[in-house]
Write a protein that binds this ligand. Structure first.
Ligand code: ADP
Ligand code: ZN
Length: 734
C-alpha cells in the first residue's frame, strides 16, 4: 500500500477549478472562479449543485474545463474563511476512495463533518453595572449580593447560585443593575502538560518508553507495535510518545475501537497530562463538532481521542497516530466507505510521514506477521505491572463435566465462583450472546420462531418481553400460541443468552449482587459509565456480560472469569474465526487478577484440544500465532494473499443468483486471480433481501482494487432492485 502522487499544484492564472463535493460521486466538477476571488487547492467553497441548490465542497485541483468553451459552467458562490484542507488529507481521501472502491465524494464527506459552519452562538455573561433597583424583593437582594464582587457569571450559573429564577436576573438587567458581556469562547481542549505527572516505570516499561520516544523524536514514518500482556502498562508507555509530540507542539491522534471505552480513558489521560483531550465521535453535538473541527484545523487542539472517523480530521500538524487495541474488529467500517481504520491509519502515517503506534495484547495476524518480518518495530512488555500474574486458565470439558440439562454453568465453575465470592472478590461470567435464548421452539410441533424478513431465528429477550431479530431488528411480543399448531404454553427456550444465565446465577448464588451488561440493555452512555464504575467499586459480586465487558476496563476486585461457551465463535465458516476467538477470550480472561490476589480463568468447551483452547490454557501465545500463520500461508489467506468480497442482494433469490452468475462470468481472466462463487450467503436473507456472495482471491502484492475496478467497469448492468456491495479486505462473511 503506497500513497499515490500528490494533487497537482494550480498555476497562478486560474479561471476554473475542479471542486469535489461530499456526495456519492467520484468526479470533481469544474466551476468558474468569479472575478476577484482567489482560490487554491484545498479551499473550502460553496458551489451550486444541480437540484440540491448549494453545497459545500473542496477545491480539488485546477479546472479541467476551459471557461471560454463551456458556457454552461457555473460560478463558485463563495470561499469559506476556514483553513484549507491540506494536500496530505486530500491525498488520503483519494487513496481511501481508490483502495476501497468508494466514490471520492463519499470519503470526502467524512472529512467535512465539521458540524455547523460559521460562527457559533456567543456565550454571554452577566456582571454588576449600576445601583440597586428601586423595587427590591428578597430574590433580587440575593442576586444583587451575589454580583457585589464584580465577577462575570453565566446567567444560568448565577441564577442557581443565588437561588433565583433566570427571570429575576433578566429583570435586574432591564433595571440597569446588571449588564451582559460577551465571553470569549470556551476552548475545546486545554493544552496538555507533558510533564504534569512523571510515571514511575518498571525496567521493562522504561526500556520500551525510551525506545518509543527515540523512534518518535526522529520523526518520519515508522510503524511500532507495543506488544504487551493485558495490564502491562501499554497505555502508560505510549503516553510517553504522546508527551514527546506535545512538547514538539504537534498533534496526536489516539484511535479507540469503541466510544464506550473513551470515558475511562479521558480520566487516565487527565491524570497524566493534567487536562482531558478533545474527543471525536458520532455522538458529539453539532456545536462541539464544529469547534473541535476548527480547533484541530488551527492546531489549537493537540490531542484527539476518537473513533475511526477521527482519521479524516483536518490536522494542522499531525505528528503521531496511536491505534489502541489495534486487533479490534470494530475498526472495520461496514457501511458507506468500507475501510479498516487501522490499515488506513498506517496509510495516513505514510502520507504524512509520521510514526504510528499500534497497541495490543493480542495483535492481529497481519500485524504479527509484519512485526515478525521486521516491517514493524516491536516493543515487548511481557509482564503485568506491579508483579501481578496473568490468570491461570483451566478448561472444563463439557463432554463429561458439563452442567445438568437445561443448565449452563458447570459444577466446577459454580464451585470456583463460590470460592471467589467467599474471598470477597468478584467473578465475571462471559457469554457473547444477548437476550435470554437464541432459539424458541414449539414443544408440540417443533416449529421454530423465525424472523419474517431474515434467514435467522428470533432471539428471546425476556427483559423486554420481545422476540427480536439480531439482523434486522424485527421485534414482536411472544405469541400466545404456536403460529403453526396453535398449541398454548408450548414454547421452550433453547440455548443460553446472558439473561438466562442471570436466572441460573440467581438460583446458584442467591446472596450475590448480580449485574448483566449487554449492549441492548444499555440505556445511555452515562448509565453504562455508572455501571462500569459500580463494578470497579465492588457494588456487584457477579457480572454477566457480552463482549461489552471484554475490553479496556479495570476492575480491581475481579479475579475470576468464566467463559460459558468458549466454542461459540469457532466453526462459523469465517476465515478469521480462530483469531477472533483467541483474541476475544484472551482479552476477557485478562480482566482477571489485575490488581491483587490471583486471577483465574475457566473455559467451558467441547473441544479442549483445539489450538485456540490449548494456547489459552498454556498461555503459549506464540504457539497459537505459529499455527495460525502457518495455516494462512498454506491457504493463501491474508496477509499471505488478498481477498475481496462481493455481495449481491435482490428482492428475489432468482435475481440475486442470476446477477451473481453474470457477474462471475464477466470477470477478466487473470492467472493471479481466483473468483469463487456466487454462493448463497451463510445468512441467505436479511431484511427481505436475498444474498449471494462472490469471493475474489489474489496474491499479496497484487493490485486487487485495480482488478475490481476494471471488472466492474465492464460488468453487466444491474437491473431493477439488484444491488452490489464491494468489500476489499473483508472482515465479515455472514
Ligand atoms: P494495558 O493497556 O497494557 O492493559 P494499562 O496501561 O491499562 O495496561 O495498565 C494497567 C494498570 O496498571 C493501569 O491501572 C495503570 O494505571 C497501571 N500502571 C501501569 N504502569 C504503571 C506505572 N508505571 N505506574 C503506576 N501504575 C501503572
Ligand atoms: Zn430479521
Amino acid at each position: 500500500m503506497s500513497p499515490t502522487a500528490a494533487v497537482k499544484a494550480v498555476p497562478q492564472t486560474k479561471q476554473t477549478v475542479d471542486v469535489l463535493v461530499p456526495v456519492a460521486l467520484d468526479q470533481a466538477y469544474s466551476y468558474r472562479v468569479p472575478a476577484g476571488m482567489e482560490l487554491a487547492p484545498g479551499d473550502i467553497v460553496t458551489v451550486p449543485l444541480g437540484a440540491r441548490g448549494e453545497c459545500t465542497g473542496v477545491v480539488w485541483g485546477e479546472g479541467s474545463a476551459r471557461p471560454g468553451l463551456d458556457n454552461k459552467l457555473k460560478d463558485v458562490v463563495y470561499r469559506h474563511d476556514i483553513p484549507p484542507l491540506k494536500a496530505e488529507l486530500r491525498e488520503f481521501v483519494d487513496w481511501v476512495a481508490k483502495y476501497t472502491l468508494t466514490s471520492r465524494g463519499t470519503v470526502l464527506r467524512m472529512a467535512l463533518r465539521m458540524g455547523e459552519l460559521g460562527p457559533g452562538r456567543e456565550r454571554v455573561g452577566v456582571r454588576k453595572a449600576g445601583p440597586a433597583p428601586a423595587r427590591m424583593t428578597p430574590a433580587r437582594a440575593r442576586a444583587v449580593a451575589l454580583f457585589a464582587d464584580g465577577l462575570v457569571r453565566a446567567k444560568g450559573d448565577a441564577a442557581k447560585e443565588a437561588g433565583v429564577s433566570a427571570g429575576v436576573i433578566d429583570g435586574l438587567i432591564d433595571e440597569g443593575t446588571l449588564e451582559t458581556v460577551v465571553l470569549a469562547p470556551e476552548p475545546v481542549a486545554l493544552p496538555p502538560d507533558p510533564d504534569f505527572m512523571t510515571p514511575n516505570f518498571s525496567a521493562a516499561q522504561k526500556a520500551a518508553a525510551d525506545e518509543l520516544r527515540a523512534q518518535v523524536t526522529g520523526g518520519g514514518f515508522a510503524a511500532i507495535l507495543i506488544d504487551g500482556v493485558t495490564g502491562s502498562g501499554k497505555t502508560e508507555v505510549y503516553f510517553e510518545a504522546v508527551a514527546e509530540i506535545v512538547r514538539q507542539k504537534k498533534q496526536c491522534l489516539i484511535l479507540m475501537p469503541e466510544i464506550a471505552l473513551t470515558a475511562q480513558f479521558l480520566d487516565r489521560f487527565a491524570a497524566r497530562f493534567g487536562v482531558r483531550p478533545a474527543e471525536w465521535h458520532s455522538q458529539l453535538s453539532p456545536r462541539k463538532r464544529a469547534r473541535t473541527w476548527a480547533g484541530v484545523a488551527a492546531n489549537e487542539v493537540q490531542v484527539v481521542v476518537g473513533a475511526r472517523s477521527a482519521l479524516y480530521l483536518p490536522y494542522a500538524a499531525l505528528g503521531l497516530i496511536v491505534v489502541d487495541e489495534e486487533h479490534d474488529a470494530a475498526y472495520k467500517q461496514e457501511d458507506g466507505a468500507r475501510y479498516h481504520a487501522r490499515d488506513m491509519a498506517v496509510v495516513r502515517g505514510r502520507i504524512s510521514n509520521i510514526p504510528i503506534v499500534l497497541s495490543s495484547a493480542t495483535p492481529s495476524v497481519e500485524t504479527e506477521v509484519n512485526a515478525r518480518r521486521g516491517r514493524y518495530a516491536r516493543l515487548h512488555l511481557p509482564e503485568r505491572f506491579g508483579g501481578q500474574h496473568l490468570p491461570a486458565v483451566e478448561a472444563i470439558d463439557m463432554r463429561g463435566g458439563g452442567p445438568p440439562k437445561g443448565r449452563f454453568i458447570a459444577p466446577r465453575l459454580a464451585e470456583a465462583v463460590r470460592d471467589t465470592l467467599g474471598k470477597n472478590e468478584q467473578a465475571l461470567l462471559f457469554l457473547n450472546r444477548r437476550g435470554f435464548a437464541p432459539l424458541t421452539l414449539c414443544r408440540e410441533c417443533g416449529h421454530r420462531m423465525h424472523c419474517p424478513n431474515c434467514d435467522a431465528w428470533l432471539v428471546d429477550h425476556r427483559f423486554k418481553r420481545r422476540l427480536v431479530c439480531h439482523h434486522c431488528g424485527f421485534a414482536t411480543p411472544p405469541p400466545e400460541k404456536c403460529p403453526k399448531c396453535e398449541a398454548t404454553d408450548s414454547f421452550v427456550a433453547c440455548g443460553p443468552g446472558v439473561e438466562r444465565l442471570e436466572q441460573e446465577a440467581h438460583e446458584l448464588f442467591p446472596d450475590a449482587r448480580i449485574l448483566v451488561l449487554s449492549s441492548d440493555m444499555v440505556e445511555s452512555m452515562e448509565r453504562l459509565q455508572q455501571e462500569l464504575e459500580d463494578v470497579a467499586e465492588h457494588r456487584f459480586d457477579i457480572v454477566i456480560g457480552t463482549q461489552l465487558v471484554a475490553k479496556g476496563h479495570n476492575f480491581p476486585k475481579l479475579n475470576l472469569v468464566g467463559i460459558v461457551d468458549a466454542d461459540l465463535g469457532l466453526g462459523n465458516g469465517d476465515p478469521r474465526a480462530s483469531e477472533r476467538t483467541f483474541q476475544l477470550l484472551h482479552q476477557v480472561v485478562g480482566r482477571a487478577g489485575r490488581s491483587e490476589g490471583f486471577g483465574q480463568g475457566f473455559l467451558q468447551t467441547h473441544q479442549p484440544e483445539h489450538p485456540v483452547m490449548r494456547a489459552l490454557i498454556s498461555g503459549d501465545r506464540k504457539a497459537f500465532y505459529d499455527t495460525e500463520i502457518e495455516a494462512r500461508e498454506r491457504t493463501h489467506y491474508p496477509p499471505f494473499g488478498r481477498l475481496a468480497g462481493l455481495l449481491v442482494t435482490a428482492n428475489t433469490r432468482h435475481e440475486a443468483e442470476g446477477y451473481g452468475r453474470a457477474l462471475a462470468a464477466s470477470a477478466p481472466r487473470d492467472d493471479d486471480v481466483r473468483v469463487l462463487g456466487p454462493a448463497e450467503a451463510p445468512v441467505a436473507v436479511v431484511r427481505g433481501r436475498h444474498r449471494f456472495r462472490l469471493l475474489v482471491k489474489s496474491p499479496r502484492n497484487y493490485d486487487l482494487s485495480g482488478y475490481l475496478r476494471d471488472w466492474l467497469a465492464a460488468a453487466p448492468k444491474r437491473r431493477g432492485n439488484v444491488k452490489l456491495e464491494i468489500d476489499v479486505d473483508p472482515q465479515s462473511f455472514y
